[in-house]
Ligand binder design. Structure first.
Ligand code: ADP
Ligand code: ADP
Ligand code: ZN
Length: 297
């Protein structure tokens, strides 16, 4: 399965890509991460990209297209990938189509994560990652379970991106609206685009993504197992809550709830006449009784 996650900076693409890569056995390919690695290594690409990234602008199409072309050729991308941050221009989207057509592979889902600009500034200003494993956090929205310690690897070192500042954010948002948003109609016209609410809590966004990604694969095995008549009731029973399962499969136990009632009745016998009185009337009667007692003291 091959997926593109589209959305403005801070929409949650990286956060969700990491969650679904494990769940679906895919690999996250982030052009932002690739470019940051190039900058850190001081390579030729890195030297070209550094100033552009710090200014919140887009690195030239040829550079990122070459990066992705090289990356999806590697063996670990063969089982499926999540493109995070690519394509970002119509030229990149067209180049991707050509690349995939040459390789005989297709995009299964293009998913837009929609988030209002007003929310993105806070998302980006509060973002930080584990310096050792890259796990993503946020000052308020996604804190480690133990303050200062990475949930995933236990590291106590974290870092913030050089371009995650208020000034650059507005430039990056402008770049998104001017250069990236126009590729939405391109994918919509192909019938490949699905939009989800990226403003929902992180788990809810994962849920929405999983529903999209699991839909075709969930149907296929169900159709295959249908002829195996015996397997079906078992699977159905497993998905039922425990209590219901017990009630249907063990009729003897279903009688249990009756016993304690009987015992209570046995300990505290209630006159047959009063048992038939409707509850509200019985409570009113009890109130009158206690009131009478209080008065008499
Ligand atoms: P992107 O990769 O799209 O730029 P990130 O995944 O890095 O975005 O998310 C940006 C920041 O917002 C991170 O600090 C992350 O913890 C936080 N975040 C991501 N998704 C949500 C969400 N649904 N609700 C609140 N905060 C979120
Ligand atoms: P975010 O999701 O927060 O915008 P990324 O990590 O995807 O951040 O990208 C960081 C920066 O890297 C971008 O602002 C841009 O300068 C550069 N970049 C990443 N991907 C691309 C791309 N596909 N095309 C051009 N520039 C890119
Ligand atoms: Zn870590």
């Amino acid at each position: 399965m091959n997926i593109v996650l589209l959305g403005p900076p801070g929409a949650g693409k990286g956060t969700q890509a990491k969650r679904i890569e494990e769940k679906f056995g895919l690999i996250q390919l982030s052009t932002g991460d690739m470019l940051r690695a190039a900058v850190a290594s001081g390579s030729e690409i890195g030297l070209k990209a550094k100033a552009i990234m710090e200014a919140g602008q887009l690195v030239p199409d040829e550079v990122v297209i070459a990066l992705i072309a090289d990356r999806i050729d590697r063996p670990d991308a063969k089982r499926g990938f999540i493109l995070d941050g690519f394509p970002r221009t119509t030229k990149q989207a067209e180049a991707l189509d050509r690349m995939l057509a040459e390789k005989g592979i297709k995009l299964d889902h293009v998913i837009e994560m929609k988030v209002d600009d007003a929310l993105l500034v806070d998302r980006i200003a509060g973002r930080y990652t584990c310096a050792k494993c890259g796990a993503g956090y946020h000052d308020r929205n996604q804190r480690p379970r133990v303050e200062g310690v990475c949930d995933a690897c236990g590291s106590t070192e974290f870092r913030r991106r050089a371009d995650d500042n208020a000034e650059t954010v507005s430039k990056r948002l402008q770049a998104y609206h001017a250069q990236t948003a126009p590729i939405l109609p391109y994918y919509r016209a192909q019938g490949a685009l699905k939009t989800i609410d990226g403003m929902a809590p992180i788990d809810a966004v994962t849920g929405a993504l999983v529903r999209i990604l699991a839909a075709p694969t969930a149907k296929a095995p169900a159709a295959k197992t249908r002829p195996a008549a015996k397997a079906k009731p078992k699977a159905a029973a497993k998905s039922r809550p425990k209590a219901k399962r017990r009630a249907k499969t063990a009729p003897k136990k279903a009688k249990r709830p009756v016993k304690p009632k009987d015992k209570r009745k046995a300990k505290r016998p209630v006159p047959a006449a009063r048992r038939k009185v409707p509850r509200r009337a019985a409570r009113a009667a009890a109130g009158r009784r206690s009131g009478a007692r209080r008065k008499s003291r």
